[in-house]
Each structure stands twice: as C-alpha cells, then as structure tokens.
Design a protein around this ligand. Structure first.
Ligand SMILES: Cc1cc2nc3c(=O)[nH]c(=O)nc-3n(C[C@H](O)[C@H](O)[C@H](O)COP(=O)(O)OP(=O)(O)OC[C@H]3O[C@@H](n4cnc5c(N)ncnc54)[C@H](O)[C@@H]3O)c2cc1C
Length: 422
C-alpha cells in the first residue's frame, strides 16, 4: 500500500511525486511512457503571451496573470492562485538545485531566448548554464553541424540579426557549419551528437574548428548537443579550451535539454525513495463511491495488477500524451472514464493561431482542490487530484504556458495527495 500513486511521468507527474515525497510519503509513479519532456525544450514557460492575440512577448507577467484570472476562472492558475504559483516555482528551483541541474529565473519576468529557427521567444526558467544576458553580447556566432540536418545556422543567424535590428540592436551575427567527422551513413539527431560529444576526441575536433572563428567576446549559439549526462564536463571543457561563452538552443525532438531535466529529476526522485513502474499503462480503476481504491496496471505478460494507495494523482497528459482519447462519441479520460466537455465547437483551426485550436483547451474540469468535477461542479472523486495537460481551461500553445501549468498543478496535486486532504 502506497500513500500516493502518481499516474504519468511527464513534468506534472514528476513534480507531483517530488511534492509528495517532500512530505515523506511513500510514492509510486506508474507510466506507460516517458512524457513530453523528451520532446519539449526543457525551459519552463509560465505565460508568454496574453491576451493571446497579442504576439509581443509579455513584459508585465504579474499584471497579465491578474487579468487572466479575472477573464478565465477555470484556468489552472486561477483555480490555484498566485501563492501556489510562487510555492511551486520556489520548490522547483530548490529541488533542481539539489538534483544537480539548477535552473534560474522567475515566473514574474519573462526572458527572451532564441529558438532553433532564430526567433526570439519568451520563457521563465532556463537551466543555470544557459542563463545569460543576450543584450550584453555584440558578437554572436551561430554554429550548426554537417551531420545534423535539422538545425540551419545561416537561417537562424539571419532571423536573429533581423529581430535584434528591429529592436534597435545592431550586433555582428555570423554563422558557420562545422564537421565533427562522424558517420554520414545516416542523418544524426541532437541526441546522437550529444552522446558523441561526451567523447573527448570529438570535443577536441569541435574546439579545433571553432578556435579560428571565435574570440573571448564571442557568444557561440549552437543546438543543444553538449552532452547528456556529462553535460557539465563537456561544456566546462569547451569553455576552458576556447575561453568564449556557449548558449545551447533547444532543438526539434529528441530534445537534449528536456532529457537532462527529466533524467536529473527522476534520478533525484529515486534517491528520495520514489518507486517507478515505467512502460506499463494504467487501464482502469477500482472505485467505492467517490473514492478510488486501486488502479489496474497491465503488465508485460498481459496480467492485470492492482496497486493501492490513499490518494492518487492523475497526470496522464492530454490528447497528445495519451491521457485523453478522441472517439466517435466524444472525448474521454481513459482511466476513470471521465467524459470531457468540449468548450467550443470542433474546428480545423491551426494550433498556433491566436484564437487557438479548441482541442488544445479541452480537458478535465476540476475544482480548486484539483478534484475532477461533474457538470454541477460536484466532485466525482475525492482522493484523485488531476494535474498537467489533462486539465481544461488553458491553451499551452497560444499562451506559452505548457510546462508552467504542468509544474504548478503537478506540485499542488502532489501536496494535496500527500496531505491526504479530505
Ligand atoms: C513538441 C512539443 C513541444 C513543447 N514545447 C514546450 C516548451 O518548449 N515549453 C513549454 O512550457 N511547454 C512545451 N510544450 C507543452 C508541454 O510540454 C506540455 O504541456 C507538458 O509537458 C505537459 O506535461 P504533462 O506531464 O501534463 O503531460 P505529458 O508530458 O504528456 O505526460 C503524460 C504522461 O502520462 C503517461 N500516460 C498517459 N496515459 C497513461 C496511462 N493510461 N497509464 C499510464 N501512464 C499514462 C504518459 O506515458 C506520460 O508519462 C510542448 C509540447 C509539445 C507537444
């Protein structure tokens, strides 16, 4: 018997597990897959754009949050309140520091960082190593690798130059292709390069090619490939050899920066005694009245195992994560069979259009305690707390709030489940 079972190992599930473990609870995480962290940037975006049809990155996030809470009381930030947001961000910074992969920043102030296409986009927290002030660099070199074809340095450099220019900043921005001498039999991705660069000889080849192109004032922007587990060694070595500064940009999936976050967090949780059962779907739940009394897990042999806890966190993601299923009769949450109400008519609207795609906002309706509720607001389950992308009321794509909501609601669900509220 566990105190808390968390279903899902994305950012929401891992934060819920961390919060419950912090209360010294016996925690099990069950997930059928690794979650979206491995595809996403590894940055924590709290609120990048609001109102969502304004495409200028938000400057005054605190004020915008107040407006958003008034405009949209079902938004997870509105349900949880500013105090929980503060607590969750402080907690994340604290545990990532303990986990050896520190982050910097605050939800209250957006930082502007380049994307892989060279666009300047808002974010809230970035890994400590990437925390620098772009404005203070006059000379930037954007570097790509011949072996890795989904990052185009000249294209990114052109975009960056143009955007800085529009902001009235003239910088010397150059681009270069490097060749690490790796196999060209197949196109390599950022994960392959990150593994290769953990080898000292490959690192040395990178340094030799860069040496003639940089000075100590150069900021080298490159795709995030500087090591997976040995990132500190890889980055430290290059900085020592070249005496310039490096900024890694999160890439298309697989995302090395997301992977570093996921793996350091999971390693930390294991050290805190959290148990993991990964690769197994939860296929259903046992219920007595409004209480969940167990969950059914499908094992490799096809047998169904029942695991029990006092409280449960449902962090199984949205439609992309597998927590919600779109079927001919409507959308349903898969484990407790919660019927999902569509907030708007279905449409073929683009996911990144200012009005957003209605499916992005679709999810489980919850109360302020994150318990799933029915049409009249009555709790459907009293010891189940939902978190992350399976919640309704927000659009991570147009707001740029995906990991922010996962972090804040995940922590809150873990605290509520750990305290055994109710
Ligand atoms: C390509 C991409 C890039 C993104 N980039 C960013 C970004 O840069 N910044 C940002 O802030 N947000 C970004 N987002 C959004 C953000 O990643 C998500 O909103 C957030 O990660 C959701 O986390 P989650 O834990 O709720 O869900 P997920 O990460 O989807 O995790 C769901 C978990 O539940 C498990 N699961 C599902 N069903 C079951 C079941 N039946 N039994 C057991 N386990 C189950 C899954 O295997 C997984 O472990 C991006 C999203 C995408 C798709």
């Amino acid at each position: 018997m566990y105190d808390v079972i968390v279903m899902g190992a994305g950012l929401a599930g891992l934060m819920a597990a961390a919060a419950a473990a912090e209360l010294n609870k016996k925690v099990l995480v069950v997930a059928k897959g690794r979650g979206n962290l491995y595809s996403a940037s590894g940055y924590i975006d709290f609120l990048g754009y609001y109102p969502t049809d304004c495409r200028q990155p938000l400057e005054n996030v605190v004020e915008a949050l107040e407006d958003m809470v008034n405009d949209n009381p079902q938004h997870p930030y509105a349900l949880l309140g500013k105090e929980k947001v503060d607590q969750a961000f402080d907690f994340f910074l604290k545990i990532m520091n303990r986990a050896g992969y520190s982050y910097s920043g605050s939800w209250k102030k957006n930082r502007i960082y380049p994307t892989a296409a060279g666009a300047l986009a808002p974010t809230s927290l970035v890994p400590q190593r990437s925390c620098l002030d772009l404005a203070s660099y006059q000379e930037i070199l954007v570097v790509g690798f011949r072996e890795m074809l989904d990052f185009y340095p000249f294209y990114a450099a052109d975009n960056l130059r143009e955007q800085f220019y529009q902001q009235g900043e003239k910088k010397l921005i150059r681009a270069a292709w490097l060749d690490l001498g790796l196999s060209k039999e197949r196109e390599l991705n950022s994960y392959d390069l990150a593994v290769a660069l953990e080898d000292e000889a490959v690192r040395f080849r990178l340094a030799e090619q860069l040496r003639v192109k940089v000075s100590e004032n150069t900021l080298v922007i490159l795709p995030a490939v500087l090591g997976i587990r040995k990132w500190a060694r890889v980055q430290g070595d290059l900085e020592r050899m070249l005496a310039c500064t490096f900024l890694e940009i999160p890439t298309l999936p697989p995302s090395v920066t997301g992977m570093r976050l996921a793996e350091s967090l999971m390693e930390y949780l294991e050290q805190r005694g959290v148990e993991f059962q990964l690769g197994y779907p939860v296929t259903g739940a046992l219920q007595e009245g409004k209480k969940c009394t167990g969950i059914k897990i499908e094992t490799a042999s096809g047998r169904v195992q029942v695991k029990r806890a006092q409280s449960y966190v449902l962090a199984t993601g949205g439609i992309l994560g597998g927590g919600l299923k779109v079927k001919p009769g409507g959308i349903t949450e898969e484990i407790f069979q919660i019927k999902i109400e569509m907030l708007q008519e279905m449409s073929n609207q683009d996911f990144f259009a200012p009005q957003g795609q209605p499916l992005s906002r679709t999810g489980i309706r919850v109360n302020g305690l994150l318990q799933p509720v029915g049409a009249q607001g009555e709790p459907l389950l009293t010891n189940v707390f939902a978190a992350g992308k399976n919640l309704t009321g927000y659009d991570p794509f147009v707001e740029k709030s995906g990991n922010g909501v996962a972090l804040v609601s995940g922590c809150a669900a873990g605290w509520l489940a750990g305290k055994g509220a109710l």
